[in-house]
Each structure stands twice: as structure tokens, then as C-alpha cells.
Design a protein around this ligand. Structure first.
Ligand code: FMN
Length: 378
């Protein structure tokens, strides 16, 4: 069956991936309330249907940080994507390049920056602050040398959120029983074993191999993340990053207007309104609910992006209406990659584009740059 929407890619990824990986992508923290709200709050918004406008020519193009995007969508940083499909980050980056949108590479991606840059284009690079600052300096130098156009500095993960599904699946600390169950489940997914485990190596964290040697299992990856991320980071550290990153610097994970003002005072170029896809503080507001206060506070001065719950082109238009300049998508591309590799991500992006085109046509919005609150009812 040809996927018609992001939900179809999710269903296909569920069939193709071992349960521990599908749940890692699909799940959120604690009771998954914020994860659900991210989707539900966008769904509850109504677009204003307008008629008899000339919508024969639409423009979806936008510019972010000196780059032209074919549509206001960016592939969000997603960890471990090289476990969902063979060299997954390179496949997704190629699909993003073909669609004219940026790809963001996670600090904890499987493929290193150089591999992604050579396969497609220099990615936006996402930074997690690791305790070893010498290593961090080297990593930033690597991203600079590879000409990564934007640095996304993720600030909403000083400690990893508790995710019940991962705990139940033994992702963080597997008992012998859990390991045996994982192995038995993997055997039921031979296509994935052949693609990723036989032909997709090395399965390491390519950007931080030097600091994370000997991570042979998913449990070891997760343990390393918990032990090495730096929970002491404050706004002062933005200056430390800035000294080592002269290019566009975007703080990812701001949900509060006061924090947005702090970010502006630190001289960053942009922020991503995000709750990490509902994977961190459960009970935090949905991203779309948080967006208007943030754009009201700093939208004139900073480029405000948003992510969380974006599953269609209609959702993209709703976020633009509330002042976001573009949306990042996380699970949408992770599912598409797990379902069908590069072709899956390309197909999903084509669907998103078509959905955005339809939404623009039926709301009478001929240029994404003109999207505003008048596109919404109420
Ligand atoms: C499986 C998975 C892994 C993620 N890994 C990272 C990461 O390494 N770095 C980061 O900044 N955000 C990470 N995120 C958060 C995404 O960048 C993004 O904020 C979130 O997925 C947006 O919500 P959505 O999935 O509803 O689109 C991850 C999200 C998922 C689903």
C-alpha cells in the first residue's frame, strides 16, 4: 500500500522496526501527556476557509539564516537514525537535499558530519553540551570545518526524560530477560537486520566516537548519554558556544516567553519553540500552545521556529499562522526513514508539500511569507 500520510509511514515503520526502536521513536516521557497535546492542540485549531481568490500561483519558498528553502520545513535532529535504516542520516539528508529543505544532524547520530556532508550537503549541526569541554571545542571546530550552515544548540535535555516505554523495553538497562526478548524480536525483523545490522555498520555514535569508545549496545549508548551530558549548563554557556561558533546560532527547546527574552539578550540568531517532542517534561504545554506568547515576545528580533506534533502540511501552515518562520519535523521523517529509507523520506516530504499547497490554496494564502493569524478562525 502506498503511504498517503505520515500516519501510514508510522504504521509501516512499526512493522519494519524492532519494537525497542519503534517505541524509542514513537514514545514520550512519563504519561505522554505533552506528546499527545502536541498533536491534539494543532488538530484542534481551525483554518479559515476562503474562496474565490486567485490561487493559481503559490510560493512556498522562504529564507532562513541565508539559505533558501523550497518550503518552510526542516528535518529536526533525531538521535540514532542510522539504526532505523542503513546509514540513515545520509539517506535522509539526500532526500532533504532533493526536496530543497535542510537536514539537521544530531550530536548522537550514527553517521558523522563528514559522511553526511559528502553524501548530500553540510547539515545543520545539533549540539548537546557534553561535560568534556575540550571535546566540545573540537566538535564545534569539526562542524565549522565542514561548513555546517547553522548550529542548533539543544537546551531542553540537561537530564534525559524518563520514558516508560524505553524502561519497559530495557533500552536503558537491560536485564538478561530483556536482552533475550530484544534478540528474539529482532529475529522477527530480518529485513531490518540485513539492512542495518549486516550492511549498515559501523553502529557507533559517529560524531562522538572519540569520547564514547566501546559502546557496543543500545543500552551502552543510552548509559553514556546519561553520564556525559552536562546538567550544569546555563545562559552563560551561550557565550562559550558563541566564541567557537561565529555562524547562525539557534537555541532549541525554548517554551517560555521569559526564556525567549533571555535567549535574545544572549545574542542568538533564532530559537526553536520545542518540548523535545514530548520526550522531556511531561505536563509542559504543547509547542503550538506556547508559540504565540514567544512570537509576541521576540518574533520581531529573532527567527522563531517550532517543532512538536507537526504531522502534515496543514500543521505547518497553522504554525506559520502563529508566527513561526518554519517547522522542524522529527517523528515524521524518522518513521518515513524506518519505513522506506531515502525513498520513504522523499515520499513523506512530497506529501507534506502537497498538503501545504492544498492548505494554502483553500485558505487563500498565496505566499508562505504572508501567513498570519488571519488564516485561523477565532
Ligand atoms: C527518536 C527521537 C530522537 C530525538 N533525538 C534528538 C536529538 O538527538 N537532539 C535533539 O535536539 N532533539 C532530538 N529529538 C527531538 C526532535 O529534534 C524534535 O524536537 C521533536 O521530534 C519534534 O517533535 P515531533 O517528533 O512531534 O515532530 C528527538 C526526537 C525523536 C522522536
Amino acid at each position: 500500500m502506498k503511504p498517503a500520510c505520515v500516519a501510514d509511514y508510522r504504521a509501516a515503520a512499526r512493522r519494519r522496526l524492532p519494537k525497542v526502536l519503534f517505541d524509542y521513536i514513537d514514545g514520550g516521557s512519563y504519561g505522554e501527556t505533552t506528546l499527545a497535546a502536541n498533536v491534539a492542540d494543532i488538530a484542534a485549531m481551525n483554518l479559515r476557509q476562503r474562496v474565490l481568490r486567485d490561487v493559481s500561483r503559490l510560493s512556498m519558498e522562504t529564507r532562513l539564516f541565508g539559505q533558501t528553502l523550497a518550503m518552510p520545513v526542516v528535518l529536526a535532529p533525531v538521535g540514532l537514525a542510522g539504526m532505523y535504516a542503513r546509514r540513515g542520516e545520509t539517506q535522509a539528508a539526500r532526500a532533504a537535499k532533493a526536496a530543497g529543505v535542510p537536514f539537521s544532524l544530531s550530536t548522537v547520530g550514527v553517521c558523522p558530519i563528514a559522511e553526511v556532508a559528502a553524501a548530500a550537503a553540510p547539515p545543520w549541526f545539533q549540539l548537546y553540551m557534553i561535560k568534556d569541554r575540550g571535546f566540545m571545542s573540537d566538535l564545534l571546530a569539526t562542524a565549522r570545518a565542514a561548513a555546517c550552515p547553522v548550529l542548533l544548540f539543544t537546551v531542553d535535555l540537561p537530564v534525559p526524560g524518563a520514558r516508560y516505554r524505553d524502561a519497559r523495553n530495557g533500552l536503558n538497562a537491560a536485564s538478561t530477560g530483556a536482552r533475550l526478548r530484544q534478540a528474539a524480536d529482532a529475529m522477527r525483523h530480518p529485513d531490518w537486520i540485513w539492512d542495518v545490522m549486516v550492511n549498515g555498520g559501523p553502529q557507533t555514535l559517529g560524531n562522538i566516537t572519540a569520547a564514547s569508545t566501546g559502546l557496543g549496545t543500545l543500552q551502552a549508548f543510552m548509559g553514556w548519554i546519561g553520564a556525559n551530558f552536562d546538567p550544569s549548563v546555563t545562559w552563560k554557556d551561550i557565550a562559550w558556544v558563541r566564541e567557537r561558533w561565529p555562524g547562525p546560532l539557534v537555541v532549541k527547546g525554548v517554551l517560555d516567553a521569559d526564556d525567549a527574552r533571555e535567549a535574545r539578550a544572549c545574542g542568538v540568531d533564532g530559537i526553536v519553540v520545542s518540548n523535545h517532542g514530548g520526550r522531556q517534561l511531561d505536563g509542559a504545554p504543547s509547542s503550538i500552545a506556547a508559540l504565540p506568547a514567544v512570537t509576541d515576545a521576540v518574533g520581531e528580533d529573532l527567527t522563531v521556529l517550532m517543532d512538536g506534533g507537526v504531522r502534515s502540511g496543514l500543521d505547518v501552515l497553522k504554525a506559520l499562522a502563529l508566527g513561526a518562520k518554519a517547522c522542524l519535523i522529527g517523528r515524521a521523517w524518522a518513521f518515513a526513514l524506518g519505513a522506506g529509507g531515502e525513498a520513504g523520506v522523499a515520499g513523506m516530504l512530497a506529501i507534506l508539500r502537497e498538503e501545504l499547497r492544498m492548505a494554502m490554496s483553500l485558505t487563500g494564502c498565496v505566499d508562505v511569507l504572508d501567513a498570519g493569524r488571519d488564516l485561523l478562525t477565532g
